[in-house]
Design a protein around this ligand. Structure first.
Ligand code: HEM
Length: 529
């Protein structure tokens, strides 16, 4: 016990010493750093750092301190960027210096050193490989399964409208699983989905600021011994679930390839070219894993936001439906090619990204060397936050930013380009954006074409107003569970969805490998009607 206490005291002293040293050094060199809220000695701005809704506070500070400001997070310096110009100059023009990620100790504990590819250097060498399947051209190969899964999503809304959130989540995960591992996920309760969603919940919890005592900023605290460091046990738990899922899926892909039963999925290519790309088995497993993690709940969050905003804005829904009826008619479901003839539907997509961006602070970058932006210095090692939400809600860029108004993009089409920021900026820009954009387009058209999204009623018959502010915390934010009434627009629309679902059978088949017995039974049952 004495040893433990001694260790804690020593860790505390080391922490104070290192923080004080860094703080004193910084005070002598920070004349050219961007402005900041008043810092306290040692803590900097940590005492006012928000524990939730971080992007709202970052945006308030942006209105006060400008397009670029500093936050002192103990010994760490963070720079927050809230203008298209600052983001372009710092992340695009200086991308050679700003494409790193801040160290993430927790991620390293979970995945083992350097295996969290989003957060490590290793990822850079793999981006070319990921682009190989995710370019706009390569994504055309994934359209058939995306379209079929989207039809299943509409079909799921007919059979279980109240379960829309889980149906959307299943859709998104099934698409990424089919593309990566050539294996679809027919049910929300499929074993892979259960494992992924459980792991993601724990992962988000352990990465959230309140889950551990600031060990990212104050490395000395990492010495806290096991019995006092509950985060270590949680990291172990996440690690176990993660590895079972990722390496279990990798085993399946390898076995299928060995038996000559491959279906051309991404991980088959990765396995075949692993040596050429310098990947050992660990990296191969985590490459697939990181794409699953980044690719499933993001697309799903967008579609859930869309539903929430349609419920809250019936007039937007009507207008989009009028356009769809004129272009697509009522005798077939929309296809991706229809989008170019649907300017208002395209505007609905853009406005949904703008109003509630899935990643309101993108994913932080880090500066590998110091450089200047105008009169300011960006110091080496600084964390760079892209305040996407702040840009999208800047009234000097988007008039009346708190109003959900797709028409703004018809009136000012030149603003569309700014919305690329929804997928990040610079060399780290989202490699899955083409796949995501196709999913978003197909589902936005399908849902508006086939369904009315209405406010639910409570037991007294009164309408329940949806809360468009009630969102989860995390890098990707999603509406918290909400109620709404979803009905097919007509008996005819319903029949077309059922017809197209049956017609999708062949598109699903190549992806129905190694399914669990319960998934197989589910599919048999599903095709009975
Ligand atoms: C609506 C859907 C999506 C949104 C809004 C989104 C947004 C983002 C953003 C903002 C970033 C950070 C970019 C930066 O650091 O500047 C990112 C990174 C990333 N995204 Fe997406 N994403 C989506 C879907 C996807 C999909 C479907 C995949 C996979 C197929 C994917 C894979 C990734 C990966 C691997 C990274 C990390 C890239 C790196 O660190 O180099 N994303 N995404």
């Amino acid at each position: 016990m004495l040893n433990t206490q001694l260790l804690l005291v020593l860790a505390g002293l080391a922490f104070l010493f290192l923080t004080a040293k860094k703080w004193i050094t910084r005070r002598h060199t920070n004349q050219t750093l961007p402005p900041s809220p008043p810092p306290l000695p040692l803590l900097g701005n940590l005492h006012i750092f928000p524990t939730k809704d971080v992007h709202y506070q970052f945006t308030k500070w942006a209105r006060q301190y400008g397009e670029i400001y500093t936050l002192y997070l103990g010994p760490t310096t963070a720079i927050v960027l809230t203008s298209p110009l600052a983001i372009q100059q710092i992340l695009e023009k200086n991308s050679a210096l700003t494409s790193d990620r801040p160290d993430n100790y927790i991620a390293r504990l979970v995945t083992g050193d350097d295996h969290n590819l989003v957060l490590s250097d290793t990822w850079r060498s793999l981006r070319r490989g990921a682009h190989g399947i995710l370019t706009a051209q390569a994504c055309l190969d994934h359209l058939a399964i995306q379209q079929a899964e989207a039809v299943q999503l509409s079909h799921d809304l007919l059979t279980d409208p109240g379960g829309f959130a889980t149906s959307i989540r299943r859709y998104s995960f099934s698409v990424i699983m089919s593309v990566l591992y050539g294996k679809r996920v027919p049910r929300y309760a499929s074993p892979e989905a259960t494992a992924l969603f459980k792991m993601l919940e724990l992962w988000v919890n352990i990465l959230s600021p309140g889950a551990h005592p600031l060990i990212e900023m104050f490395p000395a605290l990492r010495c806290i011994p096991g019995p006092f460091a509950s985060w270590r046990r949680l990291c172990k738990k996440v690690r176990i679930i993660q590895r079972q899922l990722y390496f279990g899926l990798l085993d399946e892909v390898e076995a299928r390839s060995d038996q000559g039963n491959g279906n051309g999925c991404f991980m088959e290519t990765v396995c075949a070219r692993a040596q050429e790309w310098g990947l050992d088995r660990e990296l191969t497993g985590y490459l697939g894993g990181v794409l699953i993690e980044a690719g499933s709940d993001t697309t799903s969050a967008f579609i859930q936001t869309l539903v929430l905003l349609l419920v809250a804005h019936p007039q937007v829904q009507r207008k989009a439906q009028v356009e769809l009826d004129a272009v697509v008619g009522t005798d077939r479901m929309p296809i991706l090619e229809d989008l170019e003839d649907l300017p208002y539907v395209r505007a609905v997509i853009l406005e949904t990204h703008r109003y509630r961006p899935v990643a309101p602070l993108a994913v932080p970058h880090a500066a590998t060397a110091g450089f200047n932006y105008g009169q300011y210095t960006i110091p080496k090692g600084a964390i760079l936050f892209v305040n996407t939400y702040g840009v999208f809600h800047d009234e000097t860029i988007f008039k009346d930013p708190e109003t959900y108004n797709p028409s703004r993009f018809l009136e000012n089409p030149e603003k569309e380009k700014l919305l690329d920021l929804a997928f990040g900026a610079g060399r780290r820009v989202c490699p899955g954006m083409n796949l995501a954009r196709n999913s978003i387009a197909i589902n936005t058209m399908n849902l508006l074409w086939g369904f009315d999204f209405m406010k639910a009623r409570d037991a007294t018959g009164a309408m329940i107003e949806p809360d468009v502010w009630d969102y989860s915390e995390g890098v990707a934010t999603c509406p918290n569970p909400f109620k709404c009434d979803i009905n097919p627009r007509s008996r005819h629309h319903e029949e077309i969805v059922r017809r197209d679902f049956i017609a999708s059978r062949d598109a699903f088949l190549p992806f129905e490998h190694n399914l669990s017995a319960s998934d197989k039974a589910f599919i048999r049952e599903q095709w009975k009607d």
